[in-house]
Design a protein around this ligand. Sequence first.
Ligand code: ADP
Ligand code: MG
Length: 244
Amino acid sequence: MTNGMGNKSVVLQDVQKSYGGLPVVHGIDLTIEEGEFVVFVGPSGCGKSTLLRMIAGLEDVTDGEIEIKGRIVTDLDPSERGIAMVFQSYALYPHMSVRDNLAFGLKMARTNVAEIDTRVKAASAILKIDHLLDRRPGQLSGGQRQRVAIGRAIVRKPDVFLFDEPLSNLDAELRVSMRIEIARLHRELGNTMIYVTHDQTEAMTLADKIVVLRDGRVEQAGTPREIYENPENTFVAGFIGSPR
Ligand code: ADP
Ligand code: MG
């Protein structure tokens, strides 16, 4: 289910990033609708993570504006943006139980104990990790750890989920099953999701809209079908694997 499709969720206006005067993201304009699953895809080093981290507020923009749900968030802290990010490295606290890992962000935000409990239960049910709540991350498989990392995002009830190559540490088989899980989550939660990957198959199977990046620029944006059937140039065709 996609809620509120047709409303703007995330809007990037001429977003730029330079490191030491060297531009790595060049003036990106992009509008993402509420409930849309958008995938940023492109070769290593093309600026996918930098773009996502600017949306998250983990990285300042050099120029441009970022709007989330009608609010300019360009100068807001990550915690004020209504987003939650899931990393490739899971970034779980090894000395805490799964339950405490899930609850940690909410405790920091001073959410009341009963509400934390309700949200942890709901998220662990959705992700089928209810039986793992008393374990520590070291006692989990890679796939289970990634579920906990996603759970930690879900409990925060963000408007927008940001994923940075969340499956790239998993083996091929697990990657496929987690990909299906993430698609299911999107259907069930209905949130806007922005997902970074260098994997064309992930992009083609998950996305409502694919944004193909190269050297910090958008080469093409469109539905998987549009991009596959009508690639605008040989780079896009080659990267997506179109038959031409
Ligand atoms: P991707 O996620 O697509 O692999 P990144 O966004 O990580 O690409 O990086 C884009 C470019 O910016 C790369 O050339 C990278 O070396 C450079 N870069 C990323 N972070 C920094 C940083 N903190 N300092 C300097 N250069 C950086
Ligand atoms: Mg990256």
